[in-house]
Design a protein around this ligand. Structure first.
Ligand code: PRX
Length: 645
């Protein structure tokens, strides 16, 4: 069996692609017809990129949870929606059938209602990778509340900033989360984030680690108590029900914060119908999902990959999605392969950084692991180097599993450029062809289409998209102008991705990396300005400049040049203090790998830091630093070069 909107041949890909470009309204109208609507849309697409204003399926009414859950109950009530593999392999696996998922989501929607959450309210979710995280997300969607999941690695300060920006009044969290040997005290972090906070009305706490927590009277409630009470409200004579809120196609579904080139993370907003259709469509087509298969996406639900390819995309397709609580290297570096073996995983979707780090352990961790269930492999988050691609292909896929290199972003909701597994051709470290509905264009700095090939016969430019696809972001929360300037103002009438790319004669794209001041560290997006702001908060720091440099495992490492004027401790102590500051302000994921103390930074006469020079020095380049004659103090370059760490 396949899905009505599943592309099953190369020829069909070309036909569908052409139709999606020539007549997007009829193409996406047909795809949308495969979903459950409470009321059909009036128009498929209205848009302009100048405001920008993008509306898909305007006038349509639906609830995404009916599409992800209720719709499947007639035929798949007993089929697993989620398989949960706990951090500790000795602990019991949990299988959540569609019927059970329906019950839990209805129950949690009732809990939200009982606690005063209404349609449109913002609910912040800060949890570990437990099925309850998915129930929380879907419970919000059921009643039309806007969820904003925050990755468990962010600090109290980051959470406080996001709560404030989103105007959130509710939080769902855990007492703690397991990560390998560690227990992360999530509720404590939330408590720190809430010091002085006057807007949060309720905090719902799920017990996972039984870490001691402080429960504040009137504000904090236990998940278990609330769920037990709600059970009696939603279940009558064995029948479970909780009405799914009727949502407009363009109502917001969630906010997800992501880093940009300015100091403050942006709240990317996705809306109900377009997001649902894009994630379901790309899930089914990129991975060529077949009903019954087990899909294992190793991302955290705190990132867009987890939203789209652990929760919404797979569920909208009635798939079985594996939620893994642990980390790839605990109890040992064979954990992924154990999970694949134990659950007979068919599709494995992970990040190049994970592959590179596991490669480092050699082939021993693979011994005795049955990987023969694997059919499709995928990568996401950063460019995959050829060595890692070949290792993945040979040792994991045994040269019989197509690898999809999926390029996309938080802002795009789902995959934009990727081969379709086994259907369209793959090429090591090339994302290859655009999905139907996606019209890439490479432009130069002035926004003109690049038409001249380089010496290798390749076009090279900044990657933009000419027209909207259903999953494109609609706004940045609370600040539409920011959305316009960030994505739609660099080049008129184009969505600018922030990435550079190459295009070959076959029309394949290869993503070369960010061309703005955004780093990609282990597949996580981090703005250099954000890290600089955090470093600059340290009392002894006068100024700093942060750049990326190539890192064998992480893809990019963070290199900070710091002017320091304090008197405390030696250089090593100061470094530790700075790292502690960054951990406090953003979270451990943003800690610089290298800190070099300098007496000055290379600046132009107008005071702009010449990052290009710093980037080259961080990369280990000593000779060709380019023209430094326009610098205010060219001498500083020599000093920085000599002091490289
Ligand atoms: O630079 C691109 C890189 O990750 C960025 C998006 O990051 P984020 O919004 O956190 O989403 C990551 C998961 C979709 C992009 O601008 N990126 C993502 N996938 C690839 C990639 N770079 C190269 N190849 C990819 N397959």
């Amino acid at each position: 069996m396949s899905y009505p909107y599943q592309i099953t041949s190369l020829e069909q890909y070309h036909i569908d692609y052409k139709k999606s470009v020539d007549d997007p309204e009829s193409f996406w109208g047909d795809v949308a017809g495969n979903f459950l609507w409470k009321k059909k849309w009036d128009s498929v697409l209205n848009w302009n990129f100048t405001e920008p204003k993008i509306e898909w399926f305007k006038g349509g009414k639906l609830n995404i949870t009916e599409n992800c859950i209720d719709r499947h109950l007639a035929t798949m009530a007993d089929k697993p929606a989620f398989i949960w593999e706990p951090n500790n392999p000795e602990e019991r696996v949990r299988t959540v059938t569609y019927a059970r998922l329906h019950k839990r989501v209805c129950q949690f929607a009732q809990v939200l209602k009982n606690n005063g959450v209404k349609k449109g309210d913002r609910v912040c979710i800060y949890m570990g990778m437990v099925p309850e995280l998915a129930y929380a997300v879907l419970g919000c969607a059921r009643i039309g509340a806007v969820h904003s999941v925050i990755f468990g690695g962010f600090s109290a300060q980051s959470i406080a900033d996001r709560l404030d920006d989103a105007g959130a009044e509710f939080i769902v969290t855990c007492d703690g989360a397991y990560r390998g040997e560690k227990v992360i005290p999530l509720k404590n972090v939330i408590d720190d984030a809430l010091i002085g906070n006057k807007t949060i009305k309720k905090v719902i706490v799920y017990t996972r680690t039984r870490t001691p927590v402080s429960m504040i009277k009137g504000r904090d409630v236990w998940w278990e108590d609330e769920m037990e009470y709600a059970e009696g409200q939603i279940e009558k004579d064995g029948v479970v029900s909780f009405p799914a809120e009727e949502m407009n196609a363009e109502d917001p579904l969630f906010i997800l914060y992501t880093s940009g080139s300015t100091g403050k993370p942006k709240g990317v907003v996705h809306t109900v119908a377009g997001y649902m259709i894009w994630t379901a469509y790309t899930f089914v087509n990129v991975f060529q999902y077949k009903p019954g298969q087990v899909h294992f996406c190793t991302a955290d639900i705190g990132w867009i990959t987890g939203h789209s390819y652990i929760v919404y995309g797979p569920l909208a397709a009635g798939a079985t999605s594996l939620i893994f609580e642990g980390i790839p290297t605990w109890p040992d570096a064979g954990r992924f392969w154990d999970v694949v073996d134990k659950h007979q995983v068919n599709i494995l979707y992970t990040a190049p950084t994970a592959i590179r780090s596991l490669m480092g352990f050699g082939l021993d961790p693979l011994k005795g692991k049955d990987l023969s269930s694997l059919k499709i492999l995928g990568t996401v988050g950063e460019p995959i180097n050829e060595e890692a691609w070949h290792w993945y292909n040979e040792h994991i896929g045994k040269k019989k599993c197509p690898i999809v290199d999926t390029w996309w972003q938080t802002e795009t909701a789902g995959v934009l450029i990727s081969n379709l597994a086994g259907i369209t051709p793959a090429k090591a470290s090339w994302a290859t062809l655009p999905m139907p509905g996606v019209q890439p264009i490479l432009v130069d700095e002035n926004g003109n289409e690049v038409t001249e090939k380089d010496e290798h016969g390749l076009l090279k430019g900044n990657l933009c998209i000419k027209a909207p696809w259903p999953g494109i972001l609609r706004t940045t929360y609370g600040d539409h102008e920011r959305c316009r300037t960030n994505y739609f103002a660099s080049y008129p009438n184009l969505y600018f991705t922030g990435d550079g790319a190459l295009k070959n004669e076959e029309g394949f794209y290869r993503i070369t990396g960010r061309v703005d001041d955004v780093l990609n560290v282990s597949g996580h997006r981090i703005g250099t300005a954000e890290v600089e702001n955090a470093i600059n908060m340290h009392a002894g720091v006068v100024e700093s400049a942060v750049v990326g440099y190539p890192h064998d495992i992480k893809g990019q490492g963070i290199y900070a040049f710091v002017i320091y004027n304090g008197h405390h401790g030696d250089e090593n102590m100061r470094r530790k203090d700075i790292l502690q500051t960054v951990t406090r302000v953003i979270g451990a994921i943003a800690k610089p790998d290298k800190i070099q103390f300098v007496t000055g930074l290379p600046k132009t006469r107008s005071g702009k830091i010449m990052r290009r020079i710093l980037r080259k020095i961080a990369e280990g380049e000593t000779e060709n630093l380019g023209d430094i004659s326009t610098l205010l103090e060219p001498g500083v370059v020599e000093e920085i070069k000599n002091g490289k760490v």
